[in-house]
Design a protein around this ligand. Structure first.
Ligand code: ZN
Ligand code: ZN
Ligand code: ZN
Ligand code: ZN
Ligand code: ZN
Length: 574
């Protein structure tokens, strides 16, 4: 089919469905979406509570647990051990389909009854000591974060993929083989880095952006294979050490001053149109080792992917938020080792599931919740193979008539308030706006203010002057006033690496990092090399006057940065 311009049923803006999108929808047997890509992402994220945690008890064994669900929500919530056990049978909640009613309504009724998994991690099974984490598998000693696999000793993070990722604090989107990292974004194969962004293969670096293969660099942008550089200028080892020392990075004031200088310097440097490494025919940002992957962000080792929001080794899929090692999936939150998972909220090791929540190691399920090792179920009721396919086809036809088939679960059915989910980070709304747009809101987020036992200006400027007594203090975030504490491992990390104590709570720190990342959206633009106001080219470029090359970039049209195509960029940085 030819590309077609459609009007989004939700935001009423036009969006294009490309030929390759149509081919994908046809292959997996779904109608073209009624929502634009942005609205589809927002709707999925409204189901994704990654970092709003609560204390409560397991409704089966009574144990005190960490949960994504506030105790006052009218839901049944089980701890990991109980939820995954044989002590209860999800099929006992099975029910018939009523073809005179909407499917989503009936699914919501099922969800209200079936026990929910308190938090999606495998603590005590595949992971060790990861109780306070969401979306975790095979990790060790991780605390306060979401989305990590095969990682160790990570704290205050969002998306860390192993293997060999260890000792990572206050970071976002760290990919494989990174050890000792602090306050960094999108780095991989790096060691002992602090405030490093969109870089690879760095050792002992501080405040670097888009650098590769560098060691002992400070305040550098667009450098390759360099050592002892500051503001992109070469120094001797002695000079370098002296200058670094003068910045007093063990103090809060020194770090803040460095941050200001760094971001000013960064704003004056040319930028690559996208951070894409070792990819063929890809568009998006923060991509490496991908093929034919379009409109995708923070992805590694993927092929034929569209509209991907973070993922590893995915194939032939679209609208995954996020996923790993899956193929032919569509509109899914955490599709992992899946095949043909469509419209799903957490599904691992499964095939041919549609409209499911937390169903794992299963085959052929439709409209199910909490089924493990199951097959041929609809609304948690099991059928024979023949009955299942007949009934499923009839239900799909019914849902086509009601306009439900081909669309993800509506956000108003979510178990979470909009403000508890990642939708609030990516598409921030006030309570009034959220409610007007049909989202839920939750007023009882678990936090305290005003309980601080130490004022932020009384915290020692240098970490060297902080003693263990800080572990007994309650601090207050200088941005949102939320109370927070310093935990022992965190304290030891700061001490060991001479990092001053944070003055903001984890939530403000995490949101600030997410804001440093470009939006997960593309604009069509032209290379600015040779245009009025751009820095003059230092080596021979092929073009005379302004470069003709156009590209898709996550730098919006009104951004102040000078954006270069890959070829012009490489001529300037190598
Ligand atoms: Zn829209
Ligand atoms: Zn329990
Ligand atoms: Zn805060
Ligand atoms: Zn160019
Ligand atoms: Zn050029």
């Amino acid at each position: 089919m030819k590309p077609e311009i459609k009007n989004c049923q939700n935001c009423k803006k036009d969006f294009t469905i490309e030929t390759e999108d149509f081919n994908f929808y046809e292959k997996i047997g779904v109608p073209a979406p009624k929502f634009c890509p942005d609205c589809r992402l927002q709707r999925r994220l409204a189901w994704r509570n990654d970092l709003t945690f609560y204390n409560r008890s397991c409704d089966l064994c009574g144990k005190k647990i960490i949960s994504l669900y506030h105790v006052e929500k009218p839901l049944t919530v089980y701890c990991n051990k109980c939820w995954w056990s044989d002590k209860w049978d999800p099929k006992s909640y099975g029910r018939d389909i009523n073809f005179s009613r909407s499917f989503f309504e009936q699914f919501r009724e099922l969800q209200d009854k079936v026990p929910l998994l308190a938090i999606f991690n495998d603590d005590g099974v595949g992971s060790v000591n990861c109780e306070y984490t969401q979306n975790t598998t095979f990790a060790k000693n991780c605390y306060m974060g979401a989305a990590t696999w095969f990682s160790e000793d990570c704290m205050y993070y969002y998306f860390i993929s192993g293997p060999e990722s260890k000792d990572i604090v206050d970071c976002t989107d760290i990919f494989t083989h990174t050890q000792i990292a602090y306050d960094s974004i999108f780095i991989e194969h790096s060691y002992n880095c602090r405030n490093c962004y969109y870089s690879t293969g760095l050792t002992d670096c501080n405040f670097c952006y888009d650098c590769k293969g560098c060691s002992h660099c400070f305040m550098c942008v667009n450098l390759r294979q360099s050592k002892y550089c500051i503001f992109n200028k070469q120094y001797t080892e002695e000079e370098y050490k002296k200058i670094i020392k003068d910045y007093q990075l063990d103090t809060y004031s020194g770090t803040e001053k460095s941050k200001k200088e760094f971001f000013k310097f960064l704003s004056e440097q040319i930028k690559r149109f996208a951070n894409i490494r070792n990819c063929v025919n890809c568009s998006g940002d923060a991509l490496f080792d991908n093929k034919n992957t379009k409109n995708s962000f923070f992805a590694r080792g993927c092929e034929n992917m569209y509209y991907l929001w973070r993922g590893n080794e995915l194939k032939d899929s679209s609208d995954i938020t996020p996923g790993g090692k899956s193929s032919e999936c569509y509109e899914a939150l955490t599709a992992d080792h899946d095949y043909r998972t469509l419209f799903a909220i957490y599904s691992l090791k499964s095939q041919e599931l549609s409209y499911v929540e937390n169903c794992h190691s299963s085959k052929h399920l439709f409209g199910c919740s909490a089924i493990k090792h199951g097959q041929y179920c609809i609304l948690n009721k099991e059928y024979t193979k023949e009955e299942y396919f007949k009934l499923r086809d009839k239900l799909v036809e019914h849902m086509k008539k009601t306009g439900e088939y081909g669309e993800f679960f509506p956000a108003e059915l979510s178990n979470f308030g909009y403000n508890e989910t990642m939708a609030q980070d990516y598409f921030p709304l006030s309570k009034e706006e959220a409610i007007r747009k049909g989202f839920k809101w939750w007023d009882k987020i678990q936090k305290t203010t005003g309980r601080e036992t130490i004022k932020s200006d009384r915290i020692p400027d240098s970490i060297l002057d902080v003693t263990e007594s800080i572990l007994d203090e309650i601090l207050a975030c200088i941005e949102c006033r939320r109370n927070y504490k310093i935990v022992r491992n965190e304290f030891l990390f700061y001490k060991k690496h001479s990092i001053p104590l944070p003055r903001k709570c984890f939530y403000c720190r995490n949101s600030a990092r997410l804001k440093l990342e470009n939006p997960m959206k593309l604009w069509h633009r032209r290379c600015m090399c040779g245009s009025a106001g751009s820095p003059s080219a230092t080596t021979d470029h092929e073009h005379k006057g302004r470069c003709e090359i156009e590209f898709e970039t996550s730098y919006a049209l009104d951004r102040p940065e000078t954006i270069y195509c890959e070829s012009c960029y490489n001529k300037e940085v190598y």
